[in-house]
Design a protein around this ligand. Structure first.
Ligand SMILES: N[C@@H](CCC(=O)N[C@@H](CS)C(=O)NCC(=O)O)C(=O)O
Length: 203
């Protein structure tokens, strides 16, 4: 059985939602980032990167959201969370999730969670807003991230939309499509169950 090491409200929320959408049994273990639990020797012995998420699989520990999401979708094709027989559609999903992991996540994460000086914070805010603008104007197809089919890209995008709304970055006039997407993902029963499990609320 897969076991997800997650941190409340963190990027691991994406894999947690995908596990819940799939509906197969899984285990959860919370890792308190504020208490530094991700740097404890027993955690580092499993995952030397010292961050969450980690998905402990039958093959061993798997890190990186993009890999965890792809692995879960590929091992549960019946859930329909990724294309299975269309190379172009599959590449579009990889491209979308790759952009979230390599561009959106590091920038919004730095803005919201790193101690920055005023000038650096202003610059980081501009960079982050530019990444969000790309998603709003070009990448998000609607109603779901890649169009008509809900996929792993949706909970992954929702994590950063959620952070953006909490951080005052997602004003409804400037980002109507991302706001609508965030609301739609948060309304899903599987997402509500995950929020309850993590002890967090809709934003
Ligand atoms: N590239 C990694 C980034 C993982 C990451 O930065 N996780 C954060 C939580 S959102 C974390 O564990 N931060 C604590 C730390 O690195 O000490 C992924 O996508 O899985």
């Amino acid at each position: 059985m897969n076991k997800l090491y997650y941190s409340t409200g963190a990027c691991s929320l994406a894999g947690h939602i995908v596990l819940e959408e799939i509906g197969a049994p899984y285990e959860l273990e919370a890792v308190n980032l504020n208490a530094g639990e991700q740097k404890r020797p027993e955690f580092l012995a499993m995952s030397p990167k010292g961050s969450t998420p980690v998905l402990l699989t039958e093959h061993g520990p798997l890190t990186e959201n993009v890999a965890i999401l792809a692995y879960l979708a590929a091992t549960h094709p019946e859930a329909g969370l990724a294309p299975t027989d269309d190379a172009w559609a599959s590449a579009q999903l990889t491209s979308f999730n790759g952009f979230l992991g390599s561009s959106v996540h590091p920038n919004i994460g730095k803005l919201l969670f790193y101690p920055l000086g005023e000038a650096e914070k202003a610059a980081q805010r501009d960079v982050t807003l530019a990444k969000l603008r790309l998603v709003e104007d070009h990448l998000l197809v609607g109603p779901w991230a890649l169009g008509e089919a809900y996929s792993t890209a949706d909970p992954y995008l929702m994590v950063f939309e959620r952070w953006a709304r909490q951080g005052g970055l997602l004003d409804p006039a400037g980002f109507p499509r991302m706001n609508a997407h965030l609301d739609a993902v948060q309304a899903r029963p599987a997402v509500q169950r995950v929020f309850d499990q993590e002890g967090i609320a809709k934003v």
